[in-house]
Design a protein around this ligand. Structure first.
Ligand code: ASP
Length: 582
């Protein structure tokens, strides 16, 4: 038996017990006549004491050889500790060791295994198994497990069945590139790893499963933006015989339950906003509504003077920054530089200081008088002491830029409190989205999303105006879930593929299986998928998902620990009938 107790378990009520513990040496202090060792496992830390007078000499000698992270087993008696440590649950006791076995020695770890480590990100990724020994990472993984259990229990109680769907499939067109896997037995052919189980979960509905869920890995070969992983986890769900309202109801319930259970915060009802409203008010389809700084559109009150920049702009739009009137010239110049960075891309920024005495001072005083500026303040909701920041240009671009500025300022002003939870449903997404590069419409969500029946006639005349039965759940400015009511008849699906530029042959070749299935009694259905990694991170009060993933990849999509991706040998390539030409 390696252990009778864990390292987090013993208390004063255990004094005088004979125990066996196993774990890692967190640290050893050798005072000559006495050696103390902190023994650590997943459950906690217990202090061991080797005492020349009470511990056999050979054991003391062996204890002197212990190094950090050695794996050891000890037997001994639980005794009361002289100087107690109120910071740890085992702090009232220690183990007077009588036997010591070194189960495995350890090299000196390349960084300290402490809550605050001296190791940088790269080295910790390379030795992730050591990083996992640290409390912050270990606790994050345990937290993830808790959230997964709560999700499973909740959905199972609601009648959902977890069904596994295959990983070796054919492309699912969700907008990203597929990871592909060559097939040895089918020369020259490839599987794709699922970007999501989308078509399978729809087929499960045709199969009568009624309520499906799966906590499932998805794979997308995207250029990695910060904090994205090429493989990530979704809580994927689908339901039959439902309308949008049913889905929102169930998954609002799940999210409320998680926030209540984990954070103790009760949220009565999640607000809703249409996509158009979100874009207009926050410049973003996943607005963080924990704070204001709502957009005020200034075209009407700014395009009547000689200021060409504004007059020529499709949209002139501003936000009021609380307390910003006190910014110095230098601080404002820095803000202007910030919006001009290539990542944001604004050409410049106009600002108005709303002084405490009710007057205004702007960077465009040459063109606008006090009355004009007071209207701007009205439209943006600026109060005395605020700073109005105004951007102008093409609608879509300028909204994105001002949204970036709004988020940045909120961050600086400390308005993004991780302990506050502001969920929001964004509904009525457009069905289609114009893609500048390919010069055609793409499905904004995916090609299986149903248009709103009333909007179907617009498909030919104004495809961009057709709204979908699609919705996102946003939490604190992050999209944590998205889904839609699906098309469930062959004709509408064919119509949709047609509008997405598929020939009937292409549609049949790629999705014949789904269209066939629709002819065998497909029920009306819809669903949603939550980004599990992000949900866990937010509930854990953090914005980075990496610490909540046991073995994450770096920004280049590499696993630096196992050094993947890697070359494969000629033999393997030959078996797969792949000739590399590099
Ligand atoms: N498959 C979709 C996604 O991954 C979610 C859904 O429509 O249910 O975003």
């Amino acid at each position: 038996m390696y252990r009778s107790h864990s390292c987090g378990e013993l208390r004063t009520s255990d004094i005088d017990k004979q125990v066996t513990l196993s774990g890692w040496v967190q640290k050893a202090r050798d005072k000559g006549f006495m050696i103390w060792v902190d023994l650590r496992d997943r459950y906690g830390i217990t202090q061991l004491i080797f005492d020349e007078e009470r511990t056999p000499a050979a054991v003391v000698e062996k204890a002197k050889t212990l190094g950090r992270e050695f794996v050891i087993q000890v037997k001994g008696n639980v005794i009361e500790r002289e100087s107690k440590n109120p910071n740890i649950p085992t702090g009232d006791i220690e183990i007077l060791v009588t036997e010591l076995e070194i189960l495995n020695e350890a090299l000196v770890p390349p960084f300290t295994i402490e809550d605050e480590t001296d190791g940088g990100e790269d080295i910790r990724m390379k030795y992730r198994y050591l990083d996992i020994r640290r409390n912050p990472v270990k606790n994050s993984l345990m937290f993830r497990h808790q959230v997964a259990m709560k999700v499973r229990n909740y959905l199972s109680d609601e009648g959902f069945v977890e069904v596994e769907t295959p990983y070796l499939i054919k492309s699912t067109p969700e907008g990203a590139r597929d990871f592909v896997v060559p097939s040895r037995m089918n020369e020259g052919q490839f599987y794709a790893l699922p970007q999501s189980p989308q078509t399978f979960k729809q087929l499960l509905m045709v199969g009568g499963m009624d309520k499906y869920f799966q906590i499932v890995k998805c794979f997308r070969d995207e250029d990695l933006r910060a904090d994205r992983q090429p493989e990530f986890t979704q809580i994927d769900c689908e339901m039959a015989f439902v309308e949008q309202e049913d889905i929102l109801h169930i998954f609002e319930g799940l999210t409320k339950h998680l926030i209540k259970d984990i954070k103790g915060i009760n949220i009565e009802h999640f607000p809703r906003m249409t996509y158009d409203e979100a874009m207009q008010t926050y410049g973003n389809d996943k607005p963080d509504i924990r704070f204001g700084m709502k957009f005020g559109e200034l075209n009407v009150v700014s395009q009547h003077k000689e200021f060409k920049v504004f007059n020529e702009a499709e949209l002139v739009v501003g936000i009021a920054v609380p307390g910003g009137a006190s910014y110095t010239r230098k601080e404002i110049d820095k803000l202007v530089d910030w919006v001009k960075r290539p990542q944001v891309g604004a050409l410049g920024m106009v600002y108005v200081k709303c002084n405490e005495d009710g007057s205004f001072k702007s960077s465009v005083d040459k063109f606008y008088d006090q009355e004009d500026l007071s209207k701007w303040a009205e439209v943006t909701g600026a109060k005395k002491g605020d700073l109005i920041c105004v951007l102008s240009g093409a609608k879509n671009k300028v909204r994105g830029q001002l949204s970036a500025l709004r988020m940045e300022l909120a961050e600086r002003l400390g308005l993004r409190n991780p302990e506050e939870f502001a969920p929001l449903w964004v509904v009525d997404f457009p069905l289609l989205e114009w893609d500048e590069d390919t010069e055609r419409y793409h499905a904004m969500h995916h090609p299986f999303t149903s248009p709103k029946p009333d909007d179907i006639p617009l498909l030919d005349s104004k495809p961009g105006d057709v709204r979908a039965n699609a919705y996102d759940l946003v939490l604190n400015g992050n999209e944590i879930g998205g889904g839609s009511i699906r098309i469930h008849d062959k004709e509408t699906q064919a119509l949709m593929f047609d509008h997405l530029g598929f020939t009937p042959e292409e549609a049949k070749e790629q999705f014949g299986f789904l269209m066939d299935a629709f002819q065998y009694g497909a029920p009306p259905h819809g669903g949603i998928a939550f980004g599990f990694d992000r949900l866990v991170a937010i509930l854990g009060g953090q914005e980075t998902i990496r610490d909540f993933i046991a073995f994450p990849k770096n920004n280049n999509g590499r696993d630096v620990m196992i050094d993947a991706p890697a070359n494969i040998d000629q033999e393997q390539l030959k078996e797969l009938s792949i000739k590399l030409d590099i």
